[in-house]
Design a protein around this ligand. Structure first.
Ligand SMILES: C[S@@+](CC[C@H](N)C(=O)[O-])C[C@H]1O[C@@H](n2cnc3c(N)ncnc32)[C@H](O)[C@@H]1O
Length: 173
């Protein structure tokens, strides 16, 4: 599974990068950074990005640091997702990209914690719409996104992806 993170993640976030980079310049957050493949793509964009991950194994944080430029190290937040969300005021972030826990409950908890932090006009987005290629639905991540959005009457989009299980999703705030 760890190798799969490293190999599959970078291409899957690529369709999101133009949407994120087109947002008004501001601060953004990636939640779930692992070895920094998607972090490196976000760091190359126009926003100042904070990088949240529990990095339970310090070797993974070391690999993330190895991939990232030194100034980004000070923007690494080594905390559980929902706890880290409390460090940010409401309505201040241009985007939040979620790629941490992938169960229904973890994804819903992350959406509920981070959605209020995004400013009007910003983007709450994530990865792995149908990670397990569910036969009778979009899988746990997609189910959490649709459950959340239907409860609010909000819309979501799923971006085209070469591997549909890894597709990115986005909610315009
Ligand atoms: C799929 S990997 C992230 C891959 C990365 N975005 C990439 O493209 O290379 C998931 C990461 O989320 C982190 N994670 C999982 N649950 C978390 C939580 N509740 N809080 C913080 N980090 C978490 C794990 O430590 C792991 O590094």
């Amino acid at each position: 599974m760890e190798a799969a993170y490293a190999v599959l993640s970078p291409p899957a976030i690529v369709p999101l990068i133009p949407l994120i980079n087109a947002l008004p310049r501001g601060d953004g957050v990636e939640v779930g950074c692992y070895w920094g493949h998607s972090s490196a793509l976000l760091e190359a964009g126009p926003h100042q990005v904070f990088y949240v991950d529990s990095w339970q194994d310090t070797a993974d944080l070391d690999k993330w640091r190895h991939r990232m430029p030194r100034p980004a190290w000070d923007r690494a937040v080594r905390k559980p997702s929902v706890e880290a969300a409390r460090d940010f005021p409401d309505g201040v972030l241009a985007f939040v990209f979620l790629d941490a826990g992938h169960t229904f409950q973890e994804t819903l908890a992350d959406i509920r914690a981070w959605r209020p932090k995004v400013m009007a006009g910003g983007l709450l987005c994530g990865h792995d719409w149908d990670l397990f290629l569910a036969k009778d639905g979009p899988g746990p991540v997609g189910a959490a996104v649709t459950t959340y959005c239907r409860g609010l009457g909000a819309e979501w989009e799923v971006l085209p992806a070469v591997r549909p299980q890894l597709a990115c999703w986005a909610i315009r705030v």
